[in-house]
Design a protein around this ligand. Structure first.
Ligand SMILES: Cc1cc2nc3c(=O)[nH]c(=O)nc-3n(C[C@H](O)[C@H](O)[C@H](O)COP(=O)(O)OP(=O)(O)OC[C@H]3O[C@@H](n4cnc5c(N)ncnc54)[C@H](O)[C@@H]3O)c2cc1C
Length: 394
């Protein structure tokens, strides 16, 4: 699938920036989660290129194909950075101007400056993969909602100014998203350590009687956004043809598939370079048939996953009936393939593949991490099965 001229130009500019400004820091930067200040600095730098919350209304994430290209490029250099800047659709920070007065007054200045960090809080300790009935509740009390509950494994939790929280409305029993800020509520968090995406903070969120204005309910904020002429990813047709959570996940899963493609691309480039440079007994290992078999499998995996991901992204862009199926297929397939591709990159590096002096051990850890967030591979299979047959198996 050929990229448009504008997507190609954009990708080249982004690649040049990432190689120059981000890649040299990685040996140090990838050891521990970034601080809020570092996250805001990355957000601001990428915002200057039109990427992410730092770009305000110019954010390039409204088109799912451009989004896929952007995510692949960033992940090719540093997957953690993808998580730092892409949490939530629409970005929780983008909703702040349309939230209740209290939230806007507390966060408005930093929102306008593109300096707010957001997170998307769906997963719960007891719910895990099953997000249909959140135990977190939103109880209406006059012109406020009172949010109570606990979330876990939330990216950006420990540095977020604002969280888009999935909760059950106690009046209707229906689930919806609510914008909860860390400035005017008692929102608290705790860091969780993990195998990959070392630079991306991940944590628990504790919501103990967090009082928010009723305007902070997602549908209310979006309604206000529409009436005030704000532009946002919610104008994408997918948000008109699917339930908000399914639409958001269809969008995000093409992003996670793109992240897997970016990791595969980096793994392949490292493997190709290494095998042509490394000689054993005087011969380049690139000339060995079984090494070429690894390169063949890697290349086939990348090309297939990228095509599938872009195919899914075009369906998301159209709000097509198959968007949910294809985005889950792409997420499941690309992330599992990335584990295989990154593992082959380690293998052709021999012992050096396990060394922290080479990047491929990180690619493998980062690839391995992709098969769990935004729904595990098993859950993607069940979504595809349900979309194909009409029989939901979970
Ligand atoms: C790095 C990272 C970042 C994350 N970021 C976020 C975030 O920003 N926001 C957020 O809300 N969440 C986030 N998550 C949470 C993630 O979405 C969940 O971890 C994921 O949905 C799985 O839930 P669980 O970990 O509780 O696993 P469980 O649901 O306990 O699953 C354990 C195993 O059982 C399988 N399983 C469960 N149910 C079924 C079923 N019905 N049929 C077949 N197999 C099943 C799973 O596939 C898995 O293999 C993140 C997770 C990670 C690791």
């Amino acid at each position: 699938m050929r990229l448009s001229e504008s997507d190609r130009l954009f990708r080249d500019t982004l690649r040049e920036f990432l190689e120059r400004e981000v890649a040299p820091d990685l040996p140090e930067a990838d050891h521990e989660p970034v601080s809020k200040e570092q996250a805001v600095a990355y957000q601001r730098d990428l915002g200057d290129l039109g990427v992410g919350p730092g770009a305000g209304e110019d954010a390039s994430f409204e088109d799912p194909v451009t989004y896929a290209v952007t995510i692949e490029e960033i992940a090719r250099v540093w997957p953690s950075l993808v998580m730092i800047i892409t949490m939530g659709f629409p970005f929780p920070a983008a909703l702040v101007p349309y939230a209740g007065d209290r939230t806007r007054e507390a966060l408005g200045d930093r929102s306008r400056a593109g300096e707010l960090v957001g997170c998307l809080a769906v997963t719960e300790p007891a719910g895990g993969s099953d997000t249909t009935s959140p135990a977190t509740t939103a109880e209406r009390d006059g012109d406020e909602y009172v949010i109570d509950g606990e979330k876990t494994w939330v990216s950006n939790a420990t540095i977020a100014d604002v969280a888009l929280v999935l909760a059950t409305d106690t009046d209707t029993g229906a689930r919806d998203f609510f914008l909860v800020d860390a400035e005017t509520t008692s929102l608290e968090s705790r860091e969780l350590d993990k195998l990959g995406w070392k630079g991306s903070p991940t944590g628990q969120l504790f919501l103990d009687e967090c009082r928010i204005p009723v305007e902070n309910r997602l549908l209310n904020a979006v309604g206000r956004m529409a009436s005030e002429g704000g532009t946002n990813v919610l104008e994408n047709p997918i948000f008109r043809t699917q339930d908000p959570q399914n639409a958001m996940f269809a969008y995000m899963r093409t992003g996670m598939a793109s992240m897997a493609v970016g990791i595969m691309q980096a793994s392949f480039e490292a493997a190709l370079d290494y095998t042509t440079e490394r000689t054993v007994g005087g011969d380049a290992i690139a000339g060995k048939q079984l090494v070429q078999d690894h390169l063949y499998e890697m290349k086939a995996g990348i090309e297939t996953a990228r095509l599938l991901t872009h195919h899914a992204a075009t369906h998301v862009a159209e709000g097509h009936a198959d968007a949910r199926l294809l985005s889950s297929l792409a997420k499941g397939y690309a992330c599992e393939t990335a584990v295989d591709v990154a593992s082959r990159a380690v293998q052709v590096h021999g012992a050096n593949g396990l060394s922290t002096d080479y990047p491929v051990e990180r690619y493998l850890r980062d690839a391995r991490t992709t098969t769990i967030p935004d729904g595990t591979t098993e859950i993607q299979k069940l979504i595809v099965g349900s979309e194909l047959t009409g029989y939901p198996a979970y």
